[in-house]
Design a protein around this ligand. Structure first.
Ligand code: PDD
Length: 281
């Protein structure tokens, strides 16, 4: 039985109980973070906590996210994940418990804090080398996608559409522009240029996205942050996704159309190898 964190206590998952009046339960009123830990060390925690602080501020939830570092380490230790190659630690903060009315409780109530940790088993390299597939879906999310809000219904619908189509990823398209995946950022390679959507309110500003841009520059690859029309995406030499739970995942097919020569390309492979080196170190 995994040990979870709830409002100051570590306890077995089946003993953790949340109020029916929690605004996370009623309204999806909260934010979350998923942080990777490699051999027990949180990776790029500073970037994750900075994003959470921004989300809390945007929603007007008064909570000091600095406290979450100890929670994350506590979850790793209590679940025996200190020494596994890769683990993910999830934490969410909701506005707290109050009778259901849309406006915020006044005076404010204490936020509810919940966390859990899981081991991640990376897919075998042979599987990765075969490549994955994706579909595009209309982006039906709100226009504040840069907030890592726990309300993820459009993302769930998008990912279920991918599962129903027998593919790995779903790409959100707004006004003809391919923005990002249901739970990861999107990259495409055109004539050697590593291309991804610019940071805006329409995408989550992924920590892995930033890392991949840094790694691409270190490898001497040109990087362009610009809008990618879907029609252009189909003609990319390579397409790949990045994210905490995705790492680097190449797509060799989008909407049933072959990307490049239909095989995993050298840019995705080189960046994944660089990613593996950095996270192993
Ligand atoms: N998802 N875009 C979206 C919509 C996401 O939900 C995520 C992360 C990313 C990648 O962000 P990062 O590189 O910081 O993990 C991009 C998390 C992992 C999730 O919902 O489980």
């Amino acid at each position: 039985m995994s040990v979870v964190y709830l409002n100051g206590d570590y306890l077995p998952a089946d003993q953790a109980k949340v109020s029916v009046n929690d605004r996370g339960f009623l309204f999806g009123d909260g934010v979350y973070e998923v942080t990777p830990a490699y051999r027990g060390l949180l990776f790029r925690w500073a970037q994750h906590v900075a994003r959470m602080r921004k989300g809390l501020a945007a929603l007007g939830i008064d909570y000091d996210a600095a406290a979450l570092e100890a929670v994350k380490q506590g979850l790793l230790a209590r679940n025996g994940l200190d020494d596994v190659p890769v683990a993910y630690v999830y934490v969410q903060v909701t506005r707290g418990i109050a009778p259901r009315t849309h406006a915020f409780p006044n005076p404010p109530v204490p936020p509810s804090v919940y966390g859990f940790a899981n081991q991640y088993v990376r897919p075998a390299r042979e599987v990765w080398e075969r490549g994955y597939s994706a579909i595009t879906v209309p982006d039906q999310r709100w226009a504040l996608a840069e907030i890592k809000a726990i309300a993820l219904l459009p993302n769930c619908l998008a990912q279920q559409a991918a599962v129903d189509a027998g593919v790995s990823d779903a790409i959100f398209v707004r006004d003809g522009i391919a923005l990002e995946g249901s739970h990861n950022n999107l990259f495409a390679v055109f004539d050697g240029v590593v291309t991804t959507a610019p940071k805006s309110n329409y995408i989550l500003h992924g920590v892995t996205r930033d890392l991949l841009i840094e790694l691409a520059r270190e490898l001497g690859l040109p990087v362009e942050e610009r809008a990618i029309p879907v029609a252009e995406l189909y003609s990319a030499d390579e397409v790949f996704f990045t994210g905490t739970t995705t790492e680097v995942r190449p797509s060799v097919e989008v909407d049933g159309r072959k990307i490049g020569d239909g095989r995993v390309g050298p840019v995705a492979r080189g960046l994944f190898d660089a990613f593996l080196r950095v996270t192993a170190g």
